[in-house]
Design a binder for this molecule. Structure first.
Ligand SMILES: Cc1cc2nc3c(=O)[nH]c(=O)nc-3n(C[C@H](O)[C@H](O)[C@H](O)COP(=O)(O)OP(=O)(O)OC[C@H]3O[C@@H](n4cnc5c(N)ncnc54)[C@H](O)[C@@H]3O)c2cc1C
Length: 248
């Protein structure tokens, strides 16, 4: 189990099957407290990146959880997990945006330098192509994040939009970081210019909070029919603006 901050957190949110026959409706959420008998945690060492963040494991052996530590109602665990996932990836996209936004600025500096043939690196069209692709990803990702955030601010459901933003922005950040290493040449492969750190860190975001494959699957699920919802002013506004919405 890879759990962010599990080795330092005072409380841990755990989902468990309380009624396996009921599938997703048979999962409940519990808050566990550090120090409880049977609950142990530790740090995971040897990570490729995100060294500034503790990632750890949790082990539970016959842990007794009082009823007072049930979060929500019994059977609501899946709903709670999904509601938190609707927002977490959005914050993550903002951070990935920051990661790949910083790279073109960094690359602008390196492009002032000259390559082997004495021409500025920025003169090469194939290098310009890499930078143009980065800018394209950043602008498109920004719009996806804004769209998901706008829907949230309207109090509207944004599950699909957040998933799309997470999928696109994390893939884009990783792609941009990889191209940044390329533009730096051999220096990109060293820790001198920090771009290799972006490559290592951005890879983790492609994995957690739903891998790219899982978000691809979510987008592939057939969409429910969109209804105009004449009594719902905000929904109408979103439909007018061209935003697709799931049925509530
Ligand atoms: C730095 C870091 C921090 C993390 N923090 C947390 C945390 O705080 N909380 C938490 O709950 N988890 C956390 N995780 C775990 C993370 O959520 C999981 O690693 C991630 O969901 C993938 O699960 P897995 O590792 O079990 O891979 P698997 O599920 O075994 O997947 C392996 C591969 O198979 C693919 N795959 C799996 N299922 C399908 C499918 N149906 N169709 C197509 N392809 C599929 C995956 O995309 C992946 O490429 C963290 C991970 C990392 C790296």
């Amino acid at each position: 189990m890879w759990i962010t901050l599990s080795n330092v957190a005072d409380r841990l949110l755990v989902f468990a099957k309380t009624n396996p026959e009921k599938g997703a409706s048979g999962i409940s959420a519990f808050i566990l407290e550090r120090g409880w008998k049977g609950l142990t945690t530790g740090s995971i060492e040897g990570k490729m990146g995100v060294h500034a963040s503790n990632t750890g494991w949790i082990s539970m052996q016959d842990v007794r959880v009082p009823k007072s530590h049930l979060l929500g109602e019994e059977g609501e665990g899946f709903k709670i997990a999904m509601s938190s996932l609707r927002q977490c990836p959005l914050r993550r996209r903002r951070r990935c945006g920051g990661c790949d936004e910083g790279l073109p600025r960094r690359i602008d500096q390196i492009c002032q330098g000259t390559a082997d043939l004495g021409r500025p690196i920025a003169d090469y069209q194939l290098v310009q192509q890499l930078i143009a692709n980065m800018q394209q990803s950043i602008d498109a990702g920004q719009l996806l994040v804004w769209k998901a955030g706008w829907l949230k601010n309207q109090g509207m459901r944004n599950t699909r939009e957040t998933s799309m933003a997470k999928w696109f922005c994390t893939d884009a950040a990783n792609r941009c970081a990889n191209d940044a290493v390329q533009v730096h040449g051999a220096y990109g492969y060293s820790d001198e210019y920090n771009v290799e750190r972006h490559l290592r860190n951005s890879k983790s975001a492609v994995i957690y909070e739903g891998t790219s494959q899982i978000h691809t699957l979510l987008q592939g699920v057939p969409r429910p029919r969109r209804t105009p919802g004449p009594s719902h002013a905000q929904r109408n506004a979103a439909c007018d603006a061209g935003y697709w919405q799931e049925e509530a």
